[in-house]
Write a protein that binds this ligand. Structure first.
Ligand SMILES: NC(=O)c1ccc[n+]([C@@H]2O[C@H](COP(=O)([O-])OP(=O)(O)OC[C@H]3O[C@@H](n4cnc5c(N)ncnc54)[C@H](OP(=O)(O)O)[C@@H]3O)[C@@H](O)[C@H]2O)c1
Length: 222
């Protein structure tokens, strides 16, 4: 059994937590306002869930999800994440996050930006390219013909294998999209961002298999 820590428990973090609990994992949730504000979600998720501070969630997780606005990346507790796989769902939106020159220039990916704050942790970009409602509704067991795949990008094989196993447990296949420096291929505006899983106004989503995700990654250009 895996304990999954969450830094950020909103649309995407909360959805991953629901899928994780359904798969039998323990979850430790956190947000910016404190554990008491997560009481409703903890009640919904039941005995496998608890709320904590961000530092406690980071320390408790065997694997950790960071799902916050990029502008808050510098506040993620680094020390308790050292050595751990950290799934970064983040997308950089300057209108929300403020302008970051290296990201605007394309010299650095947003997950590379998070990795800078988390020396010793193993950041893997994951879940950033799928609408939270589609993520909730497209989970399928291993072997299902209509299973969907998600791109993952990171610099080390062992953490990526841990993320792949976690995705498998919650209902998704993984496509290796390369290193963090390659993760621009799954950032907003690329072919793999959003559209493979169908339009946002259909919350059920459209299954996107391995070949579809590989082709979309390969079609990215800048
Ligand atoms: N929504 C989607 O479908 C979707 C899809 C893919 C990727 N993303 C990306 O994933 C990230 C999260 O998106 P979201 O839609 O889940 O956002 P959201 O619903 O607004 O949730 C953000 C979460 O982050 C927490 N948070 C903010 N600052 C924090 C900090 N300094 N420390 C700890 N927690 C903090 C918030 O807590 P408080 O509420 O207490 O402030 C909240 O729980 C964003 O980068 C977004 O662009 C979103």
């Amino acid at each position: 059994m895996t304990t999954v820590g969450f830094i950020g428990s909103g649309n995407i973090g909360g959805t991953v937590a629901r899928l994780a609990v359904a798969a039998g994992h323990q979850v430790v949730l956190s947000n910016s306002r404190g554990p008491r504000t997560l009481a409703g979600l903890v009640t919904e998720l039941g005995s496998r869930a608890r709320a904590a501070t961000a530092a406690e969630a980071a320390a408790a997780g065997d694997i950790v999800v960071v799902s916050i606005p990029v502008k808050a990346d510098g506040s993620v507790p680094a020390a308790p994440l050292a050595g751990k796989p950290v799934m970064d769902t983040g997308n950089y939106y300057p209108e929300r996050d403020g302008h970051l020159a290296e990201l605007d220039a394309g010299d650095l990916t947003s997950s590379g930006y998070l990795q800078r704050f988390l020396a010793g942790a193993h950041v893997v970009k994951c879940f950033n390219n799928i609408y939270s409602k589609h993520l909730e509704n497209l989970a399928r067991p291993a072997g299902a013909a209509d299973r969907s795949y998600l791109p993952i990008a990171g610099d080390s094989a062992v953490p990526k294998a841990a993320v792949t196993a976690f995705l498998d447990s919650i209902g998704y296949g993984a496509v290796d999209a390369g290193q963090l420096a390659d993760s621009w291929r799954q950032q907003p505006g690329t072919p793999v961002y959003g559209s493979p899983y169908g339009p946002f106004d259909n919350e059920k989503g459209t299954p996107a298999g391995e070949d579809v995700i590989r082709a979309a990654l390969a079609a990215a250009s800048r």
